[in-house]
Write a protein that binds this ligand. Sequence first.
Ligand code: SF4
Length: 221
Amino acid sequence: MKNKKHTFEPPDLMAIFQTMLKSYGPQGWWPGETAFEVMVGAILTQNTAWPNVEKAINNLKQAGIFSLPALLDVPHEALAQLIRPSGYFNIKAGRLQQFCRFLQEQGGEEALRKVETARLRQLLLGVKGVGPETADDMLLYAFQRPVFVVDAYTRRIFSCLGMVSGDEPYEVLRMGFESALATDVVLFNEYHALIVRHAKDFCNKKPRCVDCPLAKHCTIP
Ligand code: SF4
């Protein structure tokens, strides 16, 4: 399937969405109480599973430093130890503080809420350690902007469904989904959350194709 051009058909994408929604129900994403928590989580979740992020965030909360000023003040080494459960803790401590400096320089979260989506995306991508997936997690789940998050699960599932080759550049896939679907924050929020749920329950590295709710759409079984 290498070099296959993506073949997003809106009815298919919505049928896949409806099938997952019926199977799993609404996912209630993002698992974070505030926009700040979503942004911190988006950085900490890079290359790790969510339960590890929760442990790291709980450590920050218990240490009383889960705020922009406190995260800016805490010494790098202490921060790295607190977020250790999230893995790559030295790198992530640097990324987190870099992001907090950016947030402060921009006038905080409220100031960023006034920035138009394409410009905000550009600003987020300008922060060291924030790639397209992290930026889009923030745009969708912290700023409620209609951007479609593409992650490894999205690539795997839609490759199994025969709609992508899976190795397309990030932007090709993001724009493919966005142009095939209605521009709808609620839809994009739920769709990505359902993709993650489906990948965890069925379409993981060893797919459980028996009983998979998407089997009728799939090219694999
Ligand atoms: S049928 Fe198997 S490969 Fe296809 S989506 Fe389901 S789990 Fe993945």
